[in-house]
Design a protein around this ligand. Sequence first.
Ligand code: NAP
Length: 449
Amino acid sequence: MTRIAIIGSGPSGFYAAQEFFKKEPDGYIDMFERLPTPFGLLRGGVAPDHQQMKTLSKLYDRIASHPNFRFFGHVHVGKDVSIDTIRRHYHAVILAVGAETDRRLGIPGDDCVGSHTATEFVGWYNGHPDYQSRVFNLNASVAVVIGQGNVAVDVVRILAKPVDDLAKTDITDTAISALRQSRITDIYMIGRRGPAQAAFTELELTELGKLAGVTVVVHDDLVLSDADSMEMAASSKVRKNITQLEMFKASSSIKTPQKTIHLMFYSSPTRIHTDANGHITGIQCTKTALMGEAGSQKAILTSETYDIPCGIVFRSIGYRGVPLDGVPFNEATHTIPHKNGHVCDQNGQLFGNVFVTGWIKRGPSGVIGTNRSDSIETVTTCLAALPTLPDPHPLDTPSLLANHRYVSYADWQKLDAYEQSEGIKKGKVRDKVTSAKEAFAVLDNHSHS
Ligand code: NAP
């Protein structure tokens, strides 16, 4: 029987499992996850006020209900067990570890007090165990979000949305109490290119205009160059974005908004200003001009600068993959090199029984559903390669983890039920467990009750 290991339990991992069972219904899957809970960015990335999207976990539950599926949560492959050990015990290993960290901006003041990555903020309000100790000073009146992707829009929306609406979701209590005390009234979302190149999508942009008590101000004229018009003609996404931006510009804004979202284009952050204690006081932006062909226009700095005084900055310029010990890695793209999902080295030499899917394969782009086709490709490649791969060592997985406490899928289901019942008590969708310690305490209590 074919035994595969999937490392990572986010959407790409679950879609790989789904495809594998579809093609090999009698095969076996062990899924390893660093955190005590499954679902990767579906749980720790998707915004708490996008609960509809999170119902995808029901599909993942169905995949996990296959009798030959096992989940090993709170197992850090590369630390608790080596990737080589895993490789020896399975016919194939599929890496679905996502893009764990963030891109660097690389400007003076980048790391000052009050300058955060969106990754940290999103992880913090979503209950991701890695980010629960982070502190965000929301006392200032102005926040700046750098970047104009959908993650930036999420950050802007969480800062602007009436807190009572957020409190009903699965956002953490810590985040809710910080957001209740927030004094932020103005949120700037800064893009280095123009409206036609903005990475956000219309649905997410439109949502900003629907927030109670919030006005959206577009600070630039929406004049399109010939190259922009060509980009617009070629992309319905661009057309829809421009139409929505024009509506923001035309709409009569709320006279006395509680909060204002400022959309700034052609602005590249070039310095974060700090006081003598290294605390943020503002951000310098340099105006840009676009150069290049339609479809590949780049922002070039001009000599014109302006400052936005602010008390907090969120850098939302994209996620970045990190290498796994002993596995080939492309340092330029921060992805694992592969041929149709089969990991290879920089010379194109296939890397034994290791396969790759999701953001660590193609980079941090696309919506959750994009991972489905990505994982189908990887599993197809993997199954075609199986006859050429050696049989694994027969040792069973739990004995590999003999001295390590892990979370099984049955454990996760207990945690899931616990989170939901705690949520009901507080009038919210769920109250998340935010550390392995808490998860094991809940499970221990559960087994005694
Ligand atoms: P993204 O879509 O790639 O956007 C990154 C943004 O950062 C772009 O505006 C980019 O501008 C800007 N940027 C990059 N480097 C920069 C620099 N050095 N200086 C200034 N700006 C810079 O990334 P993301 O927002 O992290 O989203 C990742 C993926 O998740 C996307 O596919 C996104 O659609 C998806 N997602 C979807 C949803 C949803 O469907 N609701 C929610 C969240 C995320 P340039 O274009 O000029 O490079």
